[in-house]
Structure formats: C-alpha cells, structure tokens
Design a binder for this molecule. Structure first.
Ligand SMILES: [Zn+2]
Length: 221
C-alpha cells in the first residue's frame, strides 16, 4: 500500500503490527514456551558460569562493593551478624575448637538434624569399602519401611520408634550383611546396600543378630 504521508504510514504500521501481535499471541506464547523449555538449562548454566567467573576474576571489586554497602549501613549488617550468631550457637562454639573437635561437633549436629541421612551415608560408605554391589537407600524409603513394618521390630515385633533419641529407636539392619561375606548353601554371598536388603530391628534383636543373614517374614508387614 503506497503512502504519501509518512505519518499515515507510521500509523498504518503500528495498527498492523498490533493486529499481527494479537493474531500471533497464542502462537508466540507456544513457541516461547518451547524455547524456554529447551534453553532453560543452558540459560541457568550460563548465568551461573558468568557469576562464578565474575567472582573469580574480580574479587577486589566484590570486596569493595561489600565494604561500601557495610559502610553505608553498618548497623544493619551488625544486627544481621548478631542474629545469625544467636541462631547458630553451635557454629559459634565450633570456631573456638580444634579441627578434629569441630568436625566431631558438626557431624553430631548433622546426625541430630537427620539421623537417617547420616546412617544411609555410613552404610553406603561401608558398602563401598566392603566391595558389595547395590544402591543406596533414602530416608524416605526407611520411613516407608517403618510404616510397612507397622512400627514394629522385624524379628520380635517389639514396638520400635523413629525418634532419634528414643531408647526404642529402630536399628537399620541389612538382612544379608554387607560387612562380611557369610557363606551358606556353599555359595559366597554378600548383601546389597539398598532398601530390599534392609529391615528395621529393635536394639536387642540387632545385637543378637550380628551379621547372620536372617530374613524375617515380618518385614513385609
Ligand atoms: Zn526385636
């Protein structure tokens, strides 16, 4: 369409592109979503990498910015630091300890926060050490097994607990031990370190059992 008046052409173009956008809005939303899905990972990665590179290349600059922020409002940062120290007394205490004592304290804290996670880590490490195959198990799987066993010991049906400090706290037991290679039926066998080979026992049964492979029918609930 020829335009004699440039102003007219501008208006026409504007109206046209507005209509075009409306018509294509749905299509654009669709293609944008596809693009986003395909590039999201890449975009996150690249911005993360950019940030890491920035931190690495200009440590002085970053420190200067932090210093300037602090100088502009020291009370705010002091209060934040006080609040953090107050809510993390164990960490504050740990700063005054030797490396070993600090490591012990931190691992006790980690255990208190999530005993199952610590135990699964410990068993995984032992499984790697002893060379037995199999996967790790998760805290969620243990929690499910606990319910599956109706909160009772797989051997003697005594009530067991999932509370960290309880005297009835369950013991995570490998049905077939992964620490040793027990032989039975003339075959060398060793247990896998995953939930299929786990049963929850009371303390007494766990001590009695040792590394003997005993699968209790109770395990299946
Ligand atoms: Zn028991």
């Amino acid at each position: 369409m020829p335009f004699k008046d440039p102003e007219h052409k501008r208006e026409y173009d504007k109206a046209y592109s507005k209509i075009w956008r409306l018509v294509n809005k749905e299509h654009k939303r669709y293609t944008d979503a596809i693009w986003e899905a395909e590039h999201r990972h890449q975009r996150l990665n690249s911005s993360r990498e950019r940030q890491a590179r920035y931190r690495q290349e200009r440590p002085e600059e970053i420190r200067a910015i932090a210093r300037a922020r602090y100088a502009a409002n020291p009370e705010k940062y002091k209060a934040a630091a006080r609040a953090w120290r107050k809510s993390h007394p164990e960490y504050v205490k740990s700063r005054k300890l030797s490396d070993r004592a600090r490591a012990n304290l931190l691992s006790r804290m980690r255990y208190a926060l999530d005993p199952n996670k610590t135990l699964s880590y410990y068993h995984k490490r032992r499984a790697i050490k002893s060379g037995s195959a199999g996967n790790n198990y998760t805290a969620v799987e243990i929690a499910k097994l606990f319910e599956l066993q109706k909160r009772r010991c797989a051997m003697c049906s005594a009530v067991i607990s999932n509370v960290a400090k309880s005297a009835q706290k369950y013991h995570i037991d490998h049905v077939i031990s992964i620490a040793s290679w027990p032989t039975y039926g003339g075959k060398k066998r060793f247990g896998v370190n995953d939930i299929r080979n786990i049963q929850l026992l009371c303390r007494i049964c766990n001590l009695k059992k040792g590394s003997k492979p005993i699968l209790m029918p109770k395990r299946k609930g």
